[in-house]
Every structure is written in C-alpha cells, then in structure tokens.
Design a protein around this ligand. Structure first.
Ligand code: SF4
Length: 428
C-alpha cells in the first residue's frame, strides 16, 4: 500500500460514530488520511450496527456497495454485526478483515499484513470482551460525543448488545476529564456523554457515575454536558439533584422506559416497574420544572397483547414527558424473548408505532409551547440556512434566529417567541 487513503462508513448509534473517529485516529498516526466516500481509497472501514434485523440488512447492503465501489481496497468490517455474525460477514466476497469488539483498539498490525485470499476473522467470545477503546468524536463544530462506558450486564430479553459489546466497563474519571479538557481546547462547547449503559459507570473500578459527572462539571471551557441515556433504576435522587444544581449539566434526560405495562416490563426483564419510572419523572420535574424528558419505547414486543399495549399507551399519555423515541420490536437470534409465544403482526406493530409517534408529536409541541416567552440559553450551530441559524437550548428546544456570524458556536441567552410555521423550532 503506497498511498494511504481511508473511506469510513458508520452505521448505528453515536457510540459507533465516536468509535469510528477513534479508529481513524489510530490510522492517522500511521499516515493514513480519511477521504469522502466516492474518492479513491486503499482502505475501507465499515462500522456496523446490529440493533435490529433491519440494521443487519443495512450493514450487508453497505458492505456490498463499498466492495462494488472499491474492488481493490482492503475492506474492514467492524462493529456489532461483525462481532455477532463474523462468519456471515467473512463469507461476503471482497471482505478482507472482520474485526470483533476487542480488536478495534489495535487496527494497524492487521491492515499492514495486507489482503489475503480469504477474509481474516478476529473476534473473541462475548464473555471475554474486555478492552475499552477510548473515543471522543466531534459531531459538528460545536458538539462532541465522549464515550464514558462500554458494554452491559443487564441482559434484557430482547437485546443482543451485551453479546456484541461484552460486560460493563469504563476508563478512569481522570482520563475522561482529560479528554473533555482536550475537546474544550479544540473548540467543543458541548459534550454528550455516551455509552451503552452509562449509569453502571464505575462498576469496574469502584467509582460511580455521580463522581464522574461531578468531576466533568469542573472542566473549564465546556459550557454544557448532556447525558445521553440513563436506565431509570440507576437515576438516583443524588444524580437528579446534582444535575439541578450543577454548573454545566443540561436539564435534559433521556430515559429508556421501553414499555409502560408492568407485565411487558417483566417479559423484557427490565430492572424496574412503571411506578418507579413515574416516580423518577416526577422527581426530575420537582427539581427542574422545565427539564426536557425524552423516553424510549419499544412497540410490538412478543407478549405485548392489545390490552398491555393500551395500558402502556395510557401510562405514557399521562406522564409529563417531552418526546418519545419509538422503536418497533425486532426478533434477534439468540435472545430470550424468542421463547415468548405471543407474537405481534407487522401491521399491528406499525399501527402501534403510528399511535405513539402521534402522541410524541403532541407532547413535543406542548413542551415547545410551554417554553415560549422564557429566556433560554441557546448554543448556536454553524451554518446559514436561507438567512437563519439554529441551535438547541439547555432543555433541548430547537431555536431559530436570523443568521449572525458572531453567534456561531456561542451560547446566547434569548427570550423565545412562538413556534415556527413547521412547528420544528421556536423563533426569535
Ligand atoms: S440495558 Fe437492556 S436494552 Fe440496554 S443495552 Fe443493556 S441489555 Fe440492551
């Protein structure tokens, strides 16, 4: 390999996105440079997702497309799909290297060995996955995603993530505050803490999530942190109180409820029941009445009868939350959920999903309207879109204003006006 150009395609979550950036940093040290898709490249990296059957399908399409476009390249497939289905990936003609979870930390030696006749598979058994790939990726010029934790010990009955990413583990608090400091020096204003089950932070080294956020809050130069997602049973009163009083943690919570029906929660093997969830939401609202609360829900899980779905939808409708992230249940090989007999048809899943999307839009609009006329701190992003610029407030309301170059990548305290005609932002 003489010239050293790399094309990267990332599928799936923000964690994958951050890890792609970390793998690219390893390659840069050896003189590789990233080029946009479509330009000539000697190495292609596809970082895959396996959260649903559709995700697997998209992975395969992406791999085939890249191989068609880059028939001579050294094609690496990493990520959750590679870890879970290595043989399937290796059987795709043109794949050079299948990289499991524990091998993302040290790419170079394998690339330097060059293309072989057959794809090389480097994976470990899921219970042996132990390494941590540090990652902090710039999403745009204002925001970056800091990986604080990897893996999960919860084994929800529908989920393959613990098999793809191994058990919960994390780096030290000191190394993470240092990464945050470096991100601030490079101009990042906002950091989103990402991971798989970040509330379990510290189980591998005796620290805990509260200590982490207390330490990050002291880092100079970062105006705002967001916590990407916290399991409800791990969201303690102490964490809620800390966010309410902290200098930089945004009043923005993302809570994976998954179902508002206790029997479904039990089938899912979740670690709480809906009463606890309602209590957590109430506690947040007591401390931070204007907090944004986004909630993940899965519809059409095996065992979700019409009565159970109705009870879940009623529960959700009654919660003072700001938005729903609705996912349709997807059958995953090897999961315990497949032992549940009752199945929901595709058409019924779609109906349930449509209902909850409509509820979500109602909730979001009501939340946005409740924020009109209030002073909000808006971090404006770069870019002039038809004379407008936009950004998110501390409580995750999109705000639009006439474009001003001097407001890009800065936080402005502004009193917001009404909803724009599309209902997508509050206007100034
Ligand atoms: S908490 Fe449950 S849904 Fe989330 S990654 Fe762990 S096993 Fe999967």
């Amino acid at each position: 390999m003489t010239d050293k150009r790399v094309v990267i395609q990332t599928l799936g979550c923000k964690l994958n996105f951050a890890e792609s950036a970390a793998m690219m940093q390893q390659l840069e040290k050896a003189g590789y440079r990233q080029v946009p898709m479509g330009q000539p490249a000697e190495v292609c990296l596809i970082n895959t997702c396996s959260v649903t059957g559709t995700a697997d399908q998209k992975d395969r399409q992406a791999i085939h497309r890249i191989i068609r476009e880059y028939p001579e390249a050294f094609v690496i497939v990493a990520g959750c799909y590679a870890q879970l289905r290595p043989q399937e990936v290796a059987a795709i003609p043109g794949v050079s290297l299948v990289l499991g979870a524990d091998f993302k930390t040290d790419l170079l030696p394998y690339i330097q060995e060059g293309r072989q006749e057959a794809a090389r598979i480097l994976t470990t058994a899921n219970q042996d996955i132990a390494r941590f790939l540090p990652a902090c990726a710039r999403g745009d010029r204002t925001r970056c995603f800091l990986k604080v934790q990897d893996g999960c010990d919860y084994f929800c009955s529908y989920c393959t993530v613990p098999f793809a990413r191994g058990r919960s583990r994390n780096p030290s608090i000191e190394s993470l505050t240092e990464q945050a400091r470096q991100a601030a020096l490079q101009g990042a204003r906002e950091i989103v803490l990402t991971g798989v089950n970040i509330g379990t932070f510290g189980r591998s080294d005796g620290s805990n999530f509260l200590q982490l956020i207390e330490a990050l809050d002291q880092v100079e130069g970062i105006e705002r942190y967001r916590i990407s997602s916290l399991e409800p049973d791990l969201l303690s009163d102490e964490i809620i109180r800390f966010v309410a009083s902290s200098r930089h943690f945004a009043p923005h919570f993302h809570l994976p409820l998954q179902s508002g029906d206790d029997e479904v929660l039990s089938l899912m093997r979740r670690h709480y029941r809906r009463e606890l969830f309602a209590d957590r939401v109430a506690r947040i609202k007591e401390e931070m009445p204007h907090a944004f609360i986004g909630v993940d829900v899965i519809v059409g899980m095996r065992g979700e009868t019409p009565e159970r779905f109705d009870s879940s939808a009623r529960f959700l409708a009654g919660l003072p939350i700001s938005q729903l992230h609705v996912f349709s249940y997807s059958e995953r090989p090897g999961t315990q959920a497949l032992k549940i007999d009752y199945k929901v048809s595709a058409a019924e899943k779609k109906r349930r999903s449509d209902l909850l999307h409509a509820l979500s839009e109602e909730k979001r609009l009501a939340f946005y309207r409740s924020q009109t006329g209030r002073p909000l701190q808006v971090l404006f992003e770069h870019g002039n879109k038809k004379g407008l610029m936009s950004g998110f407030s501390e409580n995750y309301v999109r705000v639009e204003a006439p474009w001003r170059a001097d407001w890009e990548n800065t936080v402005q305290t502004l009193t917001t006006g009404t909803l724009n005609p599309a209902g997508s932002a509050l206007s100034i």
